[in-house]
Design a protein around this ligand. Structure first.
Ligand code: GTP
Length: 620
C-alpha cells in the first residue's frame, strides 16, 4: 500500500469516526433539548390552562371551557389538550365534559402519584411528545384551590394532558445533523486532497528512489531522481543522486580494475554489481589459493590442490593436468578427472611422447574447443562418453609452456565453462610463478643429488633416499642386492692418458652400468671410480648374475681416446639386504668387503659377501 492510499484511508477513517461522534452527540443533544423544550412548552401550556380554568370558574364561564380547550389547540405545535377530573372533583362538581372523566392509564397513574409524566409516543404512525401534568390543590394564592374545592391541600384535582408533534423538531435535527455531516465530510475531503497534494512530492520521490534502488540492485547506477521540491524531500533526491553517481563511478573503477585483473571485459546487459562481487570474491579465493600453493612443498602437492580447486570451486569433474618434461621433450599426464594418472583419457596418447602434437604446447596459447570444436585433433574423448568439448590453458613457466590444464565439458555446459574461464585463468596465472619456483628448486635440489659428469645419482642422494628405500623393502618383505663396483687399476688411465681420458672412461662405464639394470634400480656414483648399484626386489644370487654380466660388458667395453682404445676391467662385491645384515649401511659395508676380496683375489671378478670376510678382515 503506497503512502497516498495510506493517507487517504487514514484521513477517511478519522473523518468517518469524527462524523459518527458528531452525529451521535448532535442527535443526543437534539433529543435532550427537544424533550426539555417540549416539556417546558407543555408545562407552560398546562399552567395556562389551569389559570384559564380558574379564571373561568371565578368569572362563572367554566361551562365554556370546552371552547377554550379547542382554541388552545391553535397554538403551533400543540396537537391535543384535555383535562380530566379527579374522582374528588367529580364527586363535588359532577362528571363534567364528556372526556373529563375518562382518564387513561397514564392519567390515572399521574393522579395517583401526583407527579407529571412526559414521554414520546407513537400514534397512527406518527411520533408525538405527550405530557400529563397533575393539578395539585394548594392553599396559597387568591383565590386558592381550597376555597372552591372541597379537598385537602396537596390532593390532585385533575390532570391536563397535551400532545405535541415533534416532527418539526426532528426535521430540524435531521437538517442540522445533515449540515454537520456534510461540513465534516467536505472538510475531510478537502483535508485528504490537501494531504495528498502535500504528499505527492514525497510519494513521487519515494517511488523514484524505489525504482532507482531496484535498478541499482540490477547493476545500473545511472538513474537520476527528479528533484521536485527544495525542502527535505528535494534534499533526499539530491543526496540519492550523489550517492548513485558515487557508486556508479566507484563501481566502474572497481569493475575496470577487476576486468583488467581477470582479462574479462563486462558483457552488455550483465549486472555489473553482482559480476564485480563475484569476480572480487573469485580474486580473493585465488589469492588464498596462491598463498596455499606457496606453502606447498612439492609440485605434486600444487597439482593436487589445483585439481581439487577445479572440482570444488569450478565444479569441474572432467579435466586433465599435464606437465612438460622439457629435458626429455615429453609430456607427462599427472591428473585425470581428479585422480592421479599417467595416461591420457581425453587426448591422443601420442602427445605424451610427442608434445608438439598438443596444440597448447605448440602455440603457447589457450585452445578453445567450444567456439571451434575441430581446433585440436589431439582431443579425442572416448566415444562411449558422448559428445564433449574442451578448453585447454597453458601455464607458462620460464617463458615456455610448463604445464597444461585441460577442461572437458558436455555441450550444455559450454556457457558455464566460458563464464568461469577468466577466473580459471587468474588461478593459472597465480599458479605459474609458484610452479616455476618449485621447479627451479627441485632442479636445484636434483643437481645436488646428482653427479654432473655421469648424470647418475650421487652418494648424498643415497643418504637422503635410504630411509624410503629401507621402508619399501621392509614393507614388501623383499630383498635388495647391493653391488659395489670399482674399476681395476684406473689410476693407470689417468697416469698414462691423462685425467680427461679417465673421465671419458668413467662416463662410458656409467652408460654401461645404467644399461645393465632396470630403470627402477639405482646406479650411484659412490666415489671417484667407485659405483654402487642397488637392485630392488632382487637378492644376492640374482645380483651375481647381473654382476657377472656387467663385468663381461665392462671387459668388452672399448673406449676410444684419440687414436688409442682403452679397455678396462672391473671388480664387483655383492651383499644382500637384509639377507646379510638387517642394517642397510652394514650391508653396504659387506658389499665393500666383498669388493675388497675381489681386488685381493686378482680383480676382474664378482665376489658375493660371506660372513667369514667380516671376521677374517676385521681390520679392514
Ligand atoms: N679421471 C678421473 N680420475 C678419477 C676420478 N675420480 C677418481 N679418479 C682417480 O681414480 C684413481 C683411483 O685409484 P686407486 O683408488 O688408487 O686404485 P686403482 O688405480 O683404480 O687400482 P685398484 O682400485 O686397486 O684396482 C685415482 O687416481 C683417482 O685420482 C675422476 O672423476 N676422474
Amino acid at each position: 500500500m503506497n503512502l497516498n492510499t495510506k493517507v487517504t484511508l487514514f484521513f477517511s477513517a478519522i473523518a468517518v469516526s469524527l462524523l459518527a461522534v458528531l452525529v451521535a452527540i448532535s442527535l443526543y443533544a437534539f433529543r435532550t433539548f427537544s424533550i426539555a423544550s417540549a416539556t417546558d412548552h407543555i408545562r407552560s401550556a398546562g399552567e395556562l390552562v389551569r389559570v384559564a380554568l380558574t379564571e373561568s370558574m371565578i368569572n362563572g364561564v367554566i361551562d365554556r371551557r370546552e371552547s377554550f380547550l379547542k382554541r388552545i389547540l391553535e397554538v403551533q405545535g400543540l396537537r391535543s389538550a384535555r383535562v380530566v377530573r379527579s374522582p374528588e372533583v367529580e364527586r363535588q362538581f359532577g362528571r363534567g365534559l364528556n372526556l373529563e372523566s375518562q382518564a387513561d392509564a397514564i392519567e390515572r397513574q399521574v393522579m395517583a402519584s401526583g407527579k407529571p409524566s412526559f414521554g414520546v409516543i407513537e400514534e397512527d404512525g406518527e411520533t408525538f411528545f405527550r405530557g400529563t401534568i397533575p393539578y395539585i390543590a394548594t392553599a396559597h394564592g387568591t383565590p386558592n384551590c381550597l376555597q372552591c374545592h372541597q379537598v385537602t391541600e396537596g390532593s390532585v384535582l385533575g390532570t391536563v394532558t397535551m400532545t405535541m408533534s415533534i416532527d418539526g423538531l426532528r426535521d430540524k435535527a435531521v437538517l442540522t445533523v445533515g449540515g454537520i455531516a456534510g461540513a465534516v465530510t467536505l472538510f475531510a475531503v478537502l483535508l485528504v486532497l490537501l494531504a495528498r497534494r502535500m504528499l505527492r512530492p514525497i510519494s513521487n520521490t519515494a517511488a523514484a528512489v524505489e525504482a532507482a534502488v531496484q535498478k541499482a540492485l540490477d547493476g545500473d547506477f545511472k538513474t537520476q531522481i527528479e528533484q521536485r521540491t527544495k525542502d527535505e524531500i528535494g534534499q533526499i533526491a539530491r543526496d540519492m543522486n550523489r550517492l548513485l553517481a558515487f557508486l556508479d563511478s566507484g563501481l566502474n573503477r572497481i569493475g575496470t580494475s577487476v576486468a583488467r585483473l581477470t582479462e574479462r571485459p563486462a558483457t552488455p546487459g550483465e549486472n555489473l554489481l553482482t559480476a564485480t562481487i563475484d569476480m572480487v570474491e573469485g580474486l580473493s579465493k585465488a589469492a588464498h589459493f596462491k598463498q596455499a600453493i606457496e606453502e606447498d612443498e612439492t609440485k605434486s602437492e600444487i597439482y593436487t590442490r589445483l585439481s581439487s580447486t577445479l572440482q570444488k570451486e569450478f565444479g569441474r569433474q572432467e579435466f586433465s593436468l599435464y606437465e612438460i618434461l622439457s629435458h626429455k621433450k615429453q609430456m607427462k599426464s599427472l591428473i585425470v578427472d581428479g585422480r592421479p594418472a599417467d595416461g591420457c583419457r581425453w587426448c591422443d596418447p601420442e602427445i605424451l611422447v610427442r608434445p608438439e602434437a598438443c596444440r597448447v604446447r605448440r602455440t603457447g596459447h589457450p585452445v578453445d574447443g567450444i567456439d571451434n570444436p575441430e581446433i585440436c585433433y589431439a582431443f579425442q574423448p572416448p566415444p562411449e562418453v558422448g559428445p564433449r568439448r574442451h578448453v585447454c590453458f597453458p601455464i607458462i613457466q620460464s617463458g615456455a609452456v610448463g604445464s597444461i590444464v585441460q577442461i572437458v565439458c558436455t555441450p550444455d555446459e559450454e556457457k558455464k565453462l566460458h563464464e568461469c574461464a577468466p577466473l580459471l585463468q587468474v588461478y593459472l596465472r597465480e599458479t605459474a610463478p609458484v610452479l616455476e619456483t618449485k621447479r627451479l628448486m627441485e632442479n636445484l635440489r636434483d643437481a645436488t643429488l646428482r653427479d654432473p659428469m655421469t648424470g647418475l645419482n650421487n652418494r648424498r642422494f643415497l643418504e637422503e633416499y635410504v630411509d624410503t628405500l629401507i621402508a619399501g623393502v621392509q614393507r614388501k618383505r623383499a630383498h635388495a642386492a647391493i653391488m659395489m663396483l670399482d674399476l681395476d687399476f684406473f689410476k693407470m688411465v689417468n697416469d698414462t692418458y691423462g685425467h680427461d681420458a679417465g673421465d671419458t672412461v668413467i662416463k662410458a662405464l656409467a652408460g654401461v652400468l645404467k644399461q645393465a639394470v632396470r630403470a627402477s634400480d639405482l646406479v650411484i656414483r659412490y666415489g671417484g671410480e667407485e659405483f654402487l648399484i642397488i637392485l630392488l626386489d632382487s637378492n644376492a644370487e640374482h645380483a651375481c648374475l647381473i654382476g657377472e654380466k656387467i663385468r663381461g660388458e665392462v671387459e668388452a667395453m672399448k673406449v676410444q681416446i684419440g687414436g688409442t682404445v682403452i679397455q678396462k676391467t672391473i671388480s664387483i662385491g655383492i651383499a644382500d639386504f637384509p639377507g646379510d645384515s638387517a642394517t642397510f649401511w652394514q650391508a653396504v659395508k659387506f658389499a665393500d668387503l666383498a669388493l675388497y676380496q675381489a681386488k685381493e683375489t686378482g680383480r676382474n671378478r664378482v665376489i658375493r659377501f660371506t660372513p667369514e670376510m667380516w671376521t677374517t678382515d676385521e681390520d679392514y
